[in-house]
Design a protein around this ligand. Structure first.
Ligand code: DC
Length: 233
């Protein structure tokens, strides 16, 4: 008998490898993958382009009023075997990954109206199950009834190095110190904000991947999926 397709919620710190894990799990299970952080980044890029957001300033009212005009969707990219974010039909997958966007996105993610809008879209995408979604509030707010919840963590030093390599490999001119500061600022904002802060929910399994490679963390997480189905029998 075919197993029912479940919902897998993956939360954790910035640059801890959540998306890598979520993507790999979705490929192994043949499930849909949604990177909810990409959606917050899409809204941040929109605000940056309009001049409504910078490191020291945020025009909340204009952004909230424009939310109905911000259309976010995903398009499968066969060369990366992943989904790219489209902002009003434009592929912005590269633009949303820059340090400039990273520097304003956590602030944008504190806005209640932005969260409400994106959470609704995310819940719609996951209506049928068969989905792996990663973010900060997936197990707590978006899919509180997810069959499997994973909380990913890694040491700040390791996360800084991984993120630095990711950015410099793409040709961004950044220093290790800038990346370290950005991660630590985002950790602070993500955990201390009023609206759905990053928390480790009680029913999440913790995955510390500081000393695991990508394949090792995938094998471990897939064993939890297997356990879930075994316990259902
Ligand atoms: O996962 P990421 O680094 O691409 O996410 C970008 C930002 O968006 C992150 O600083 C926090 C925010 N975010 C959020 O608040 N809730 C989510 N479900 C996903 C991301």
């Amino acid at each position: 008998m075919q197993n029912k397709e479940i919902t897998i919620a993956i939360d954790g710190w910035s640059s801890c490898g959540k998306s890598t894990l979520a993507k790999a799990m979705s490929q192994s299970l043949n499930y849909k993958y949604v990177d909810s952080g990409a959606m917050y980044r899409g809204v941040a890029l929109y605000a940056l382009r309009k001049g409504w957001a910078s490191k020291n300033h945020l025009d909340k009212e204009s952004l909230i009023a424009a939310l109905p005009k911000i259309n976010l969707s995903f398009e499968y990219n066969s060369s990366t075997k992943s989904s790219d974010l489209l902002l009003n039909g434009e592929n912005v997958e590269n633009e949303i990954r820059t340090l400039e966007v990273s520097e304003v996105v956590s602030k944008i993610a504190t806005i209640k109206e932005v969260r409400k809008n994106l959470v609704q879209q995310q819940q719609k995408m996951g209506k049928e199950g068969g989905i792996v979604m990663d973010g900060r509030d997936i197990g707590s707010v978006v899919f509180p009834n997810a069959e499997l919840k994973i909380f990913v963590t890694a040491s700040p030093e390791i996360r800084t190095k991984r993120r630095f390599l990711e950015l410099t490999n793409k040709g961004e001119q950044v220093t290790l110190e800038e990346v370290r500061k950005n991660l630590s600022d985002r950790d602070k904002l993500d955990t201390s904000r009023k609206e759905s802060p990053l928390i480790q929910v009680d029913d999440a399994i913790v995955l510390d991947n500081s000393n695991l490679n990508q394949n090792e963390q995938l094998v471990l997480a897939l064993s939890w999926v297997e356990n879930y189905f075994d316990n259902k029998k």
